[in-house]
Design a protein around this ligand. Structure first.
Ligand code: GMT
Length: 379
């Protein structure tokens, strides 16, 4: 098939899922056309089946804010006409779903039918989307999509709760490439970070408020009171500077390191003993799945779809949002030498259930269904 994928090109989870999906589909012989404002961060190699179309943004003195959605829509129309795409698969509702619905209408007026699949990823529903400044457009474009997927049962439930949705929503979870995300032998790195056999805790995120970085630090300080440990924080975002300063204030600098954005996050995960994800909101928790694939057990909150992934008492523990005391106790339990190996093994076993070979065919089946469906009437 010839598939147009629209996503955010950044390190964020929705962009990562969209890019990895495109790569996996290209490996299976589909032609994939990424349509974004810059090259997706994980699309850094050549493949005969992968194409990248950059959205041209023209500024004009009249515009305080350049209309990205219109530029994207026009690009989608042009790519669809020129490349003869069979369908658009857009990731993250805002503004991709409404741009796709508009592009579909423009193409229909030219006698070309290109159906639209919208994948909801999380904050497009749970945070930004339900804000009154976007809600009517989000509701309309979800209802107008030819198919809609959500990355967890919880996100599907939240979507029906907060929006007047008439369309069906299929749950297709995040997935993992186990060839890339696997525990690698990085003993030298481990020795450099933990020279005296300390336990190594890792957190990766985009350092937004919903990630509750303060809870990561509180839990870590609780662990460190009872055993020698180090904390590595991977990623970057609005909260990072504040918490770097905070770490200096509490005298944790020797044991806490901020690594910034990393391409090869699996190398850090390969030497970790425990992953912390205390999020306020988390529709799926791709970062936790990446950790589990590298045999790292997870202590998480019970936000959103995390409990669907992290099985309490098996791959780690699930605690109420903000209950840092319980998170600390559970972390200390996992980190005991007599428990750690079993949790590591279980984390990998759980991750294997999300291998891309299990999940990508679910998207392909949906594509087949959508292209063979009768053309959707505008409401
Ligand atoms: O985690 C983030 O803040 C990034 C965000 C995004 O949309 O890029 O991730 C969301 O989508 C991921 C892929 O489906 C999910 O694994 C994350 O759980 C979800 N994040 C939130 O719901 C906060």
């Amino acid at each position: 098939m010839n598939i147009g994928i629209v996503c955010y090109p950044t390190f964020g989870g929705s962009g990562v899922v969209a890019t990895e999906l495109g790569k996996a589909l290209a490996n299976k012989g589909h032609q994939i056309h990424f349509i974004t404002y810059s090259r997706p961060s994980r699309l850094d190699f050549f493949s005969e089946n992968l194409f990248y179309h950059e959205v041209d943004m023209r500024s004009y003195p009249l515009f305080d804010y350049a209309p990205y959605e219109l530029a994207l829509t026009s690009k989608m129309v042009n790519v669809a006409k020129f490349e003869k795409v069979d369908l658009f698969h857009v990731h993250y509702a805002i503004p991709h779903a409404s741009a796709a619905v508009m592009a579909r209408s423009i193409l229909a007026s030219n006698g070309i039918h290109v159906p639209v699949i919208t994948t909801l990823h999380g904050t497009d529903i749970t945070l930004v989307g339900k804000d009154p400044s976007y809600e009517p457009v989000v509701t309309f474009s979800i209802n107008q999509s030819d198919a809609v997927t959500a990355v967890s049962e919880d996100l599907k439930k939240e979507t029906y709760k907060h929006f007047a949705i008439k369309n069906g929503i299929e749950v297709i979870p995040n997935f993992i490439d186990l060839d890339r995300f696997q525990r690698q032998k990085k003993d030298h790195f481990r020795r450099a970070i933990c020279p005296d056999g300390e336990k190594l805790i890792v957190h990766t995120s985009n350092f937004r408020k919903v990630k509750r970085i303060q809870d990561v630090l509180t839990v870590f300080m609780g662990i460190r009171e009872k055993m020698d440990a180090k904390l590595l924080l991977v990623g970057d975002g609005p909260e990072r500077t504040h918490f770097e300063r905070h770490c200096r204030d509490i005298g944790g600098c020797n044991d806490i390191r901020f690594l910034g954005k990393l391409e090869a996050v699996e190398e850090v995960l390969s030497v970790a003993d425990l992953f912390l994800m205390p999020s306020e909101k988390e529709s799926f928790g791709l970062a936790a799945l990446e950790a589990m694939a590298c045999q790292v057990p997870v202590v998480s909150s019970n936000a959103g779809g995390i409990p669907e992934l992290n099985l309490d008492g098996f791959s780690g523990y699930v605690c109420p949002i903000g209950d840092t005391q319980m998170m600390t106790e559970k972390a200390l339990h996992i980190l005991k030498d007599q428990n750690l190996e079993l949790f590591k093994k279980n984390a990998l076993a759980r991750a294997k259930e999300y291998d891309l070979s299990q999940v990508v065919p679910q998207y392909e089946a949906l594509y087949e269904k959508v292209v063979s469906k009768p053309i959707k009437e505008m409401i």
